[in-house]
Design a protein around this ligand. Structure first.
Ligand code: NDP
Length: 270
């Protein structure tokens, strides 16, 4: 039997997930398929019924369905429940879905070495991805400063997470807040409108933009020119994918191979 998998979202055509997972499926010699599945907003529940009929093993879930995925699951991981979103659904039992959030541990894997005693983290943005990231940072023992255009959203998130040691603030005061930061994580979608944040010199500090490709390039080029060690979101994308793959097949795939295939895809090489 061929294991059926996919990624659902709206839009979904440009997702790199099929490239990442199909490569790993091929590497492991598995009898499985992984496709991008366009599921328009408001049609999630019907789509899930179809996946049940077609015996899907699992799906990755992206915007705008991460909340709906959580609501539809019979079994929810403790982390996904607190974060309030799931990016991985698995049908271990026919007609019953398990919900996990691999964005949170995927972010920590991508960030690499962190030291809760000395790292000071500023997270820019308080949207869906920031929820997973702030949760992951808290779980790793770090407090953080969350700056958002809509400050109430950041405050609300920290209250929900009972993050007493973390603070919220306005995004337009980011310069003041990042002065003493050792790690800055940009989770805003500002890159889509071509805006960039002007950064101070960043020697021996990390600027991690969770976007990637052309969207993140101007911001990361600027950060690099200012001396920051830069990371784009591809490492996080591949890490969360690897953790989903591990849930489905019980084995951790090669992250470097996944990353290479993504970079080739973005650069137009096959
Ligand atoms: P959301 O829509 O949930 O959140 C968007 C965030 O960006 C909010 O904090 C919003 O502020 C802020 N924002 C949007 N436009 C502006 C602006 N013009 N000026 C200032 N702030 C702005 O999106 P997600 O959190 O789901 O995704 C954010 C980014 O992260 C996307 O680029 C996405 O592609 C990327 N991403 C990458 C992943 C990876 O694996 N690498 C995983 C998930 C997302 P406000 O609350 O005030 O509206």
């Amino acid at each position: 039997m061929t294991w059926k998998l996919g990624v659902i979202g709206d839009p979904i055509a440009h997702s790199l997930s099929p490239r990442i997972h199909s490569g790993w499926i091929m590497d492991a010699g598995l009898d499985a398929s992984y496709e991008a599945l366009h599921v328009p907003d408001g049609t999630f529940d019907n789509a899930l019924k179809d996946f049940e009929k077609e015996d899907y093993l699992g799906v990755n879930v992206t915007l705008p369905h991460k909340h709906a995925a959580l609501a539809a699951a019979a079994d929810i991981s403790a982390d996904a429940s607190v974060i309030g979103a799931a990016n991985t659904l698995t049908q271990f039992v026919p007609g019953s879905w398990r919900a996990d959030n691999t964005d949170a541990p995927g972010f920590i894997m991508a960030l690499g070495e962190i030291d809760p005693r000395s790292d000071r983290v500023v997270v820019l943005g308080a949207g869906g991805s920031a929820r997973a990231i702030v949760f992951a940072l808290m779980k790793a023992g770090l407090s953080c400063i969350v700056l958002n255009r809509t400050v109430d959203k950041a405050t609300q998130m920290l209250t929900e997470f009972r993050a007493e040691n973390s603070t919220a603030g306005p995004l337009d005061q980011y310069k003041e807040y990042i002065e003493s930061a050792t790690i800055v994580v940009n989770t805003t979608s500002m890159g889509y409108s071509g805006e960039i944040l002007e950064l101070p010199p960043g020697k021996e500090r990390t600027f991690f933009d969770i976007s990637y490709g052309k969207i993140a390039a101007p911001q990361l080029d600027h950060a690099h020119a200012q001396g920051w060690a830069v990371k784009d979101g591809l490492t996080m994308l591949v890490a969360q994918a690897a953790l989903s793959f591990e849930i489905w097949f019980g084995t951790r795939p090669d992250l470097e191979a996944g990353l290479r295939r993504c970079r080739d895809g973005l650069e137009g090489r096959s």
